[in-house]
Ligand binder design. Structure first.
Ligand SMILES: Nc1ncnc2c1ncn2[C@@H]1O[C@H](COP(=O)(O)OP(=O)(O)OP(=O)(O)O)[C@@H](O)[C@H]1O
Ligand SMILES: CC(C)(CO)[C@@H](O)C(=O)[O-]
Ligand code: BAL
Length: 302
């Protein structure tokens, strides 16, 4: 098979994994680097921020994959309903200077008989994993496949999916992938709501209610100096103002999602249902005396 044509400065899209592999290996062969931004499409300003950061790298071709991965959706979840505005997404990729679009079909990534998956370890059963059993095995399996197909030098993921980011970094370390994983801070609406492809499901009233997630996280982070109990109590108090929002979890953890330290950096994470839409969010928190350190003086709530 001859290597597919690849001219600089235009978007090339490929469906077969073999074609993407050929192009990225050819790019490496001429000394170019490759940065991958994996997505499920329905691109918004959060995805575009990942692309913008990738575009800053010198001598690097930015590749974006769009694939709604069936393996990470459980029964009764929104796999079928998930938005798939492909033409609009391709316009975004062109506008943002992405040169390589990878658009596989499920049968390209999961041929008949595919059965081997990546096990995320204990953290995969906690937080999101407790509510979505098998979700992180699905995420890590598809990310491992994307890494093997594209062989990216860099891969960008949003902090909005914080547990996903931690688990991908862990997979890279534990399984000796050579890709450097870069986390990007959450892009928010002006009122604080984290951008998410699932926000389109919200009615205007639910959209109002949804503000309480980021408001609770910000309020909690603001009292980090007073310790973990104060953080959680303050966040809960804020959430109580919107009883229609049903909390799946509100947890304070260490930055690696182990136990939170008494004094130092931590992460406050929330998942909640607003009507039938499930939203997640998180912020950095500095706990205890560490909050007085000049490095953290302006950090509350990020
Ligand atoms: N608001 C955001 N800020 C920064 N990165 C984001 C944001 N939203 C999503 N991302 C990142 O974009 C990548 C692709 O995510 P995905 O396509 O699932 O979008 P999403 O908006 O998170 O969708 P959903 O809400 O349905 O999970 C992930 O690394 C994700 O963390
Ligand atoms: C990383 C990912 C593209 C894997 O399907 C997905 O979980 C996402 O969009 O966050
Ligand atoms: N952004 C994480 C993908 C998912 O919710 O399945």
């Amino acid at each position: 098979m001859t290597t597919p044509k690849f001219a600089r400065g235009t978007l090339h899209t490929f469906q077969p994994p073999e074609q993407v592999s050929q192009v990225t290996r050819a790019l490496h062969g001429v000394g170019r680097k490759v940065a991958l931004v994996p997505t499920m499409g329905a691109l918004h300003a959060g995805h575009r921020e990942l692309i913008r950061r990738a575009k800053r790298l010198p001598n690097t071709v930015v590749a974006t994959s769009i694939f709604v991965n069936p393996l990470q959706f459980g029964e009764g979840e929104d796999f079928e309903a998930y938005p798939r505005p492909l033409d609009k997404d391709l316009e975004v990729l062109k506008e943002d200077g992405v040169e390589l679009g990878f658009l596989p079909k499920a049968s390209d990534l999961y041929p008949e008989g595919a059965a081997v998956t990546v096990h995320p370890g204990e953290l995969g059963d906690e937080l999101e994993g407790a509510v979505r059993p098998g979700h992180f095995a699905g995420v890590l399996t598809v990310v491992a496949k994307l890494f093997n197909i594209v062989r990216p030098d860099y891969a960008f993921f949003g902090e909005k999916d914080y547990q996903q980011l931690v688990l991908i970094k862990k997979m890279v370390r534990d399984l000796n992938f050579e890709t450097r994983v870069i986390g990007v801070p959450t892009v928010r609406e002006r009122d604080g709501l984290a951008l998410s492809s699932r926000n389109v499901y919200l009615t205007p009233e639910q959209r109002e209610d949804a503000i309480v997630l980021s408001a609770a996280l910000t309020a909690g982070a603001f009292v980090g100096r007073d310790g973990a109990e104060a953080v959680l109590a303050t966040a809960r108090q804020t959430l109580a103002a919107r009883p229609a929002v049903e909390i799946d979890y509100l947890e304070l953890r260490g930055t690696d999602l182990g136990p939170a330290p008494v004094d130092g950096e931590a992460r406050l994470l929330i998942a909640a249902r607003v009507g039938s839409t499930r939203l997640i969010d998180n912020v950095g928190v500095v706990l205890g005396a560490a909050a007085d350190h000049p490095e953290h003086a302006l950090d509350a709530g990020e």
